[in-house]
Design a protein around this ligand. Sequence first.
Ligand SMILES: Nc1nc2c(c(=O)[nH]1)N[C@@H](CN(C=O)c1ccc(C(=O)N[C@@H](CCC(=O)O)C(=O)O)cc1)CN2
Length: 286
Amino acid sequence: MAAQLIEGKKISDEIREEIRVETAALAAKGVIPGLAVVLVGDDPASRVYVGSKEKACGQMGFYSEVHRLPEQTKQEELLALIDKLNAQSTVHGILVQLPLPKHIEEKAVIDAISVDKDVDGFHPISTGNLVIGDDSLLPCTPAGSIELIKRTGIDIAGKHAVVIGRSNIVGKPVAMLLLRENATVTVCHSRTQGMADIAKQADILVVAIGKATAIGAEYVKPGAVVIDVGINRLPDGKLAGDVDFEAVLPIAGYVTPVPGGVGPMTITMLMQNTLKAAKRIHGIGE
Ligand SMILES: Nc1nc2c(c(=O)[nH]1)N[C@@H](CN(C=O)c1ccc(C(=O)N[C@@H](CCC(=O)O)C(=O)O)cc1)CN2
């Protein structure tokens, strides 16, 4: 039997409706969540993602501002803008779209964002809180991946989860979140030997390596939950995940498509983080 699709777009729409309702209740108390997005340069994909974030803010009832800066922007200018946004009371969340131009040091920029407004969850203190299990703003793509599994009704506790990829932005945080959900977690990477044999033991397989269709049927245990985090643009303009979707479909129990899987959850989790940041800054409990 073919795997069941985990429909990221549908789940994302449901969560956005919940956020919209909660935002309206918050507005009645005089608090409007505010997000500032900063884009440096004109990478076409980044421009699209930033536009989608601005649109989502409008749909949620958030205040938003987008700072589109030229490619040649100096690091000091960007840091000065972040300082200003850190102090601005209408802004509860700050996001600097990645990747940044090569002359700007990504770490310096992430470190400059106030932890309270770190809606990307990339700040070292947010990462530390994630590891020790303290409440923090969680990185959006990893949080979205976990939410997809949970909202499909799959119990994570006690399952063997294998994560392929160890980036700071997806692989490591998703492994930590799976651990927090009481999975037994194995992380595989470019130097792992016998990766297919390890992956084939997974009840939950999360793939985040940035290589189109690299993970085929030989990596998947029958009935496994496969979460494909990859979004790769092919030469013909189409999108493909890191998983060979057609090959895996007859074997897996559940699989996320690309597009329409994890991708839409990234922006939805950003909206959720912005709402959470606004509530925390205004001392409003969960
Ligand atoms: N500061 C950040 N930069 C980047 C992040 C991030 O979380 N924070 N993630 C990615 C880009 N990204 C959001 O910024 C993002 C990627 C993909 C999608 C999405 O909805 N994808 C769709 C397909 C869209 C398309 O046609 O291209 C899907 O998978 O269905 C949303 C957001 C890198 N930078």
